[in-house]
Structures are given as structure tokens and as C-alpha cells.
Design a protein around this ligand. Structure first.
Ligand code: FE
Length: 293
């Protein structure tokens, strides 16, 4: 039970870096930067947060992925998704989307708005070697299907994994990902001991001020947490909102080239060759042009 010594302290603090992605979208990247290339099993975390259309309107036109999963969580605004599996979907405020790229997907992610705030997260979760070339899959989750636990100044939206007997709508079969969106009222403390031993754990603060195990965390900083049994976050003088994410490390070599994440350089060469020869997508349901990336 949450003795002070069991609290997970901050092992590493990673500031996010503004980078330009897609056709010219400004994102704040924490995992996937020189300070933190990967955080096994996580490959990338982007936070997009802008009310300036010139920072997002160009969107993410058709581009490929192979070898991992993406999880997109919209906070504000609307994005439209279309992919080579034949899926089309609209992501609105509070909606989420899990996509297993597996052997290969070509998709587009475009803003469905001309102005206003566009805000959300995209997390890349690696796949073990045996799954990298498996068939792609897609799951869209409407905001109302995401369980919300509200009590004593704490609101938790359970997107993946489990919290207070609530099961998230997405289950990750390989790395047991836990993904919680937590809002705390000013001064309120939050404890969570439901994370499995050996898991990689991080907290990303995106509203307000908070301390992790008593240590101040600045906004847009990702805190990698040390071993322990309890995640402890306390809001400061204003309400705090953060992602709490965990997953089991895969422990395999990672070779990444842009949107392809495999285990060896040979597999990356293969992915690039497959893409350039129109063989990345094994079962095409729509025919996006492959000359954009
Ligand atoms: Fe993508």
C-alpha cells in the first residue's frame, strides 16, 4: 500500500520539441526526440495544440506506416481519417482511434475544420517482431464509449487498460498499454497502483501545474517514472490535466526510418522498396496515390 517509498519518482524529465510534420503541421514531440529516441514499447508521442489554422490546415496527407500501432486521441476539433483498408472516419472532441499498421497501411489524417482549436495526441506503440508483418487493423472509439470515472476532484477517462474496474474500449494484445486522461481539481492528489510490474510508465502534463511524487512537473514535459508501486500526482493551485500511460517493454532491436519501424536495417530497406513499388499495402481497398509521403 502506498508508502512514500513505494511512490514512482521521476526518473527522467523530457521537454517537448516543436517539430513540423505531415504537410506542415506543428506538433510538440516528447518521445521520438534526441533526448528520448524511444521509450520501449513507445516510439513517439506528439501533442498537437493550435488555434492557428496555418499551423495545422495542411494536415497529414497520404503517407505509409509499417511495423507498429498508432493511437490518436482528440481533445478539441475534428480530423478525418481515410486508409488503404477502406476505413474512413471522423474524429471529434473526445474520440479516439487505434490503428495497427502491421505489414502496411497508407492513410491520411486531415483537419475537418478551417479555424478554431485543434488539440490532441498521437502515440506510436511498437509491435513485437512476430506481429510486424501481420494484417493491419483499425478501431475507432466514440467519446461516449470511453468510460469516465469521477470522484472527489478526480476525473479519469479510461482509453486503454483498466482503472477502478472500468475497462478501456481498446485492448492492446501485445504490450498491455494503459492510457488514462486524468483531470485533478486544484490541490487534489491522485494515486494509482494498477500498473503491472516491469512496465514502462510516463506522465505527460498538458494543463495546469502538478507534482509527481512531490516533484514539480512543468507543462508539456514528459516524466518517465521510476520503478515503484504507486503513481502519485498532485495538482497545484489550478486544475491539472495529464496523460498517464504505461506499457510492457518489448526488448527487441528498433530500427526506424520515418514511418517504418522494424527490427533490422534489411527489413527497413524492404519496407522502403515495397512502398516505392506499390507493395506496402498487401490488400488494397482504396487506391490512394503512393507518390506522396
Ligand atoms: Fe500516420
Amino acid at each position: 500500500m502506498g508508502k512514500t517509498t513505494d511512490r514512482r519518482t521521476i526518473a527522467q524529465c523530457v521537454p517537448s520539441l516543436a517539430v513540423t510534420e505531415g504537410a506542415g503541421v506543428t506538433v510538440h514531440r516528447s518521445i521520438g526526440t534526441p533526448a528520448l529516441h524511444h521509450l520501449d514499447p513507445f516510439l513517439m508521442l506528439d501533442y498537437f495544440n493550435s488555434d492557428r489554422p496555418d499551423e495545422y490546415i495542411a494536415g497529414f496527407p497520404e503517407h505509409p506506416h509499417r511495423g507498429f500501432n498508432t493511437f490518436t486521441y482528440m481533445l478539441d476539433g475534428c480530423m478525418q481519417h481515410g486508409d488503404s483498408m477502406g476505413n474512413t472516419g471522423n474524429l471529434g472532441p473526445g474520440d479516439a482511434q487505434w490503428m495497427k499498421a502491421g505489414s502496411g497501411v497508407i492513410h491520411s489524417e486531415m483537419p475537418r475544420q478551417e479555424d478554431g482549436l485543434l488539440r490532441g495526441f498521437q502515440l506510436w506503440v511498437n509491435l513485437p517482431a512476430v506481429e510486424k508483418m501481420s494484417p493491419p487493423a483499425y478501431q475507432e472509439v466514440a467519446a461516449e464509449d470511453i468510460p469516465e470515472v469521477v470522484r472527489e476532484g478526480v476525473r479519469v477517462r479510461v482509453l486503454l487498460g483498466e482503472y477502478a474496474d472500468q475497462q478501456g474500449p481498446v485492448q492492446d494484445a501485445h504490450t498491455e498499454v494503459v492510457y488514462l486522461d486524468v483531470t485533478l481539481s486544484p490541490g487534489v492528489s491522485f494515486d494509482y497502483d494498477g500498473i503491472a510490474e516491469g512496465a514502462t510508465v510516463f506522465v505527460y502534463l498538458f494543463e495546469g501545474a502538478a507534482a509527481v511524487a512531490g516533484e514539480h512537473l512543468a507543462q508539456h514535459q514528459l516524466a518517465v517514472l521510476a520503478e515503484g508501486t504507486v503513481v502519485n500526482v498532485t495538482a497545484g493551485g489550478s486544475a491539472a490535466r495529464f496523460l498517464l500511460v504505461a506499457g510492457q517493454p518489448i526488448g527487441e532491436p528498433i530500427v526506424q526510418q520515418g514511418p517504418f519501424v522494424m527490427n533490422t536495417h534489411g527489413e527497413i530497406k524492404q519496407a522502403m522498396s515495397d512502398y516505392h513499388h506499390g507493395r506496402l499495402v498487401q490488400e488494397r481497398r482504396i487506391t490512394p496515390s503512393e507518390d506522396q509521403s
